[in-house]
Design a binder for this molecule. Structure first.
Ligand SMILES: [Zn+2]
Length: 322
């Protein structure tokens, strides 16, 4: 079968990659949509990972592994999944904090094969069935929606706080919609023209990063930009004393001056991942517009150009139709 494979940073489309046979509690999935994430590009650039790339998918379960026998209801069902393989046994997994599993591994970048292939195997505990009302394009964003919801919960959006979202990545634009729905007074700061039109459509304010005054008046600043260390000064200039900064960047996060954090008693939160089931439930309500974020569609057979497309500055979300 075909698979997009990285070998220490050299990417190739392999036409004869062996189809995996699900072992243990794994299931075999045939992807119907694949999403290229900033983390995939970073994994290639870092050059340490060898194996099938990819961590974001919607697909159909075709086969169950020997220990997933009781999960017949999943056969032929559409699913999305968490890219994180957890052990289920360490102290953190036992305490319900499996997203911080001490033996956790991420598919497509951490020693485990990912989903950019015609078939892939994944643990049954990592997947969640997609409700009928959520189509494949929307379901692809379940993880991103879940993460933005998790961020909202961590900082507690109460009253009508002033919220600034930095970056105009898909995550930023989803976070802006979710914070607006929770009654935040939200604006998005970025520099990609494609994001302006979308924000206007949703009634979310959008400003160019160079047009904004640093007045220490924002209750919450959420960084969703990728590889923009210079956004550290921006975040600290925007947040009010005792305000909150949320870090969700996939790449090198903003560089925050500890002296400023101390002086203004700023609270800094890291938000890693949410529960895809929660993202699916939110998408099923139909209030979020995520499909507009898809800026380009490519095919798995396009090979390397899949990653080149995703690296183009003007692209919001590149989706692979396998
Ligand atoms: Zn664990």
């Amino acid at each position: 079968m075909r698979a997009l494979v990285s070998e220490q940073g050299a990417v190739r489309l392999d036409h004869h990659w062996p189809e995996p046979d699900p072992v243990g509690d794994q299931v075999l999935v045939r992807p119907t949509r694949l999403g290229v994430t900033p983390a995939d590009l970073r994994a290639v650039r870092a050059g340490r990972f060898s194996g099938v790339l990819g961590s974001e998918f919607v697909g159909v379960v075709e086969k169950l592994g020997p220990d997933a026998a009781g999960q017949d209801h999943l056969l032929n069902k559409r699913v999305v999944g968490s890219p994180l393989i957890v052990c289920g046994e360490c102290d953190l997994c036992q305490r319900g904090l499996s997203q911080h599993c001490r033996a956790g591994k991420v598919i497509g970048r951490d020693g485990a094969d990912g989903c950019f292939a015609e078939r892939f195997a994944i643990g049954v505990r990592q997947i969640a069935p997609v409700p009928d009302g959520v189509d494949d394009d929307a379901a692809l964003f379940a993880g991103c929606v879940a993460r933005a919801m998790h961020a909202a919960r961590r900082v507690r959006i109460e009253g009508k706080p002033y919220v600034t979202v930095l970056g105009d990545t898909p995550l930023a634009l989803i976070a802006a919609q979710i914070m607006t729905s929770l009654n935040g007074s939200v604006r998005c700061l970025g520099d990609r023209p494609a994001a302006y039109g979308l924000c206007e459509k949703w009634g979310v304010k959008h400003r160019h990063i160079r047009e904004v005054g640093l007045r220490h008046d924002q209750d919450i600043v959420i960084d969703c930009a990728d590889d923009r260390p210079e956004f550290g000064d921006l975040a600290l200039g925007l947040v009010r004393p005792r305000g909150k900064i949320v870090l969700m960047s996939a790449g090198a996060g903003p560089k925050l001056d500890p002296h400023e954090i101390i002086e203004h008693e700023v609270e800094v939160y890291g938000v890693a991942s949410g529960n895809p089931c929660e993202g699916l439930a939110e998408l099923a309500k139909g209030a979020l517009d995520v499909v507009s974020l898809i800026s380009r569609r490519v095919r798995l057979v396009d090979g390397l150009s899949v990653l080149r497309a995703a690296a183009e500055a003007e692209q919001l979300k590149v989706v692979i139709d396998p």
